[in-house]
Ligand binder design. Structure first.
Ligand code: CA
Ligand code: CA
Length: 361
């Protein structure tokens, strides 16, 4: 791992330079705001090992660079910003604390002791699990031993035909991407378009268009990134009855890189501690209170636009299942919006957009 770590670190640095012009809303010198916190450093270390494409990794690297160039006078202010950001972002901090905490969160047992000479119990295996094991893995995800969320893929029946369904993964090291295939145990399968290799897959089935047959929702979360609520990928597939093929459904959302989908958001110039933003596609205009430090370190003084991605989506079962989506309009900020994708008159529509976060897992 060490050899790789060095070369990958160089790769990350190079990518950081490449992407330096794509900072978007974030100010480069502000990116170090959270760099001093323990959680952020943990993540940065993990990220250095391997996560060049994920936006989060680039931010992490920028943070490091910025720290070096930073005038000392700013250090004290940065400290304050760090604290404030941490206070305001309990969820983000919790989700980005790296392998150990995520491993614990995903596991049911929280025991500290590890196995000695005896074979590890199930709980102990959980304890030693890591999300990172998936990144270079090839094969069935339910056989990825030690992967934190391995169990999520065992004994699943996404299409509801009573047969076990499995998810397999192919890894493309050169492109740093992965291609997942869902096999339905009945000869049918769907191949998901390629995604970044650092995404964690989630598969769900539900009849979201009401024709009696389940659609398959495949999403990818980037839980180990420094700002996991800023990126995600989602694909909804519908089955063609005659051919048995699954085809991706058009969703009424803006498209980003890979499978990212979300809203193009127009942000007004911040005024009096507030940022007003408009999501034209959803007919929504909202105002969010932010403090001066947030604007100084994470924002811009000008009006701007940016596509923000759905970071999590799930099918909500019920009389008429819908795809519930969650999106964070402001980077590195606790505000989360929720909205449904409702099927109506032959297509999906964006429903009411409200402040909402995913239920606790
Ligand atoms: Ca099945
Ligand atoms: Ca259906």
């Amino acid at each position: 791992m060490m050899k790789k770590r060095i070369s990958l670190f160089i790769a990350v640095m190079l990518l950081a330079v490449t992407f330096a012009g794509c900072g978007g809303i974030r100010k480069e010198n502000g990116s170090s705001g959270a760099g001093g916190s323990v959680t952020e450093e943990t993540v940065t270390e993990e990220v250095e090992e391997k996560e060049p494409e994920a936006e989060a990794a680039i931010n992490g690297t920028e943070a490091e660079e910025a720290e070096e160039e930073e005038p000392e006078a700013e250090a004290a202010i940065e400290e304050t910003a760090t604290e404030m950001t941490a206070d305001k972002e309990p969820e983000a901090a919790g989700a980005s604390t790296g392998a150990e905490e995520i491993g614990t969160a995903g596991a049911s047992g929280g025991a500290e002791e590890k196995g000695d000479a005896v074979a590890p119990t199930e709980a102990e295996e959980d304890q030693e699990s890591s999300p990172f094991l998936l990144w270079e893995y090839e094969g069935y995800v339910d056989e990825c031993r030690g992967y934190t969320w391995q169990k999520e893929f065992k004994n699943r029946d996404y299409d509801g035909d009573g047969k076990n369904d499995r998810v397999s993964r192919k890894y493309n090291e050169d492109e740093q991407t992965a291609v997942y295939t869902v096999e339905f145990g009945n000869g049918d399968s769907l191949i998901c378009p390629e995604v970044w290799d650092t995404g964690f897959p989630h598969v769900q089935g539900g009849d979201t268009d009401g024709d009696g047959e389940k659609e398959i929702l495949v999403t990818f979360s980037y839980d180990t990134g420094t700002d996991p609520y800023s990126y995600g990928e989602m694909f909804l597939f519908d089955k063609n009855d005659s051919s048995g093929d699954y085809k991706e459904v058009e969703l009424p959302l803006a498209k980003g890189e890979k499978g990212a989908k979300g809203f193009d958001i127009d942000f007004d110039k911040p005024e009096k501690g507030k940022i007003r933003f408009t999501i034209k596609e959803a007919g929504v205009s909202m105002e969010e209170e932010v403090d001066e430090d947030y604007v100084s370190y994470w924002w811009t003084d000008e009006a701007t636009s940016e596509m923000r991605c759905v970071y999590r989506a799930e099918i909500m079962e019920g009389n008429s299942p819908v795809v519930r989506c969650y999106l964070a309009p402001l980077p590195r900020h606790g505000l989360s919006l929720g909205f449904n994708l409702n099927y109506k008159d032959g297509k999906y529509e964006v429903g009411y957009v409200e402040k909402d976060a995913p239920p606790e897992e």
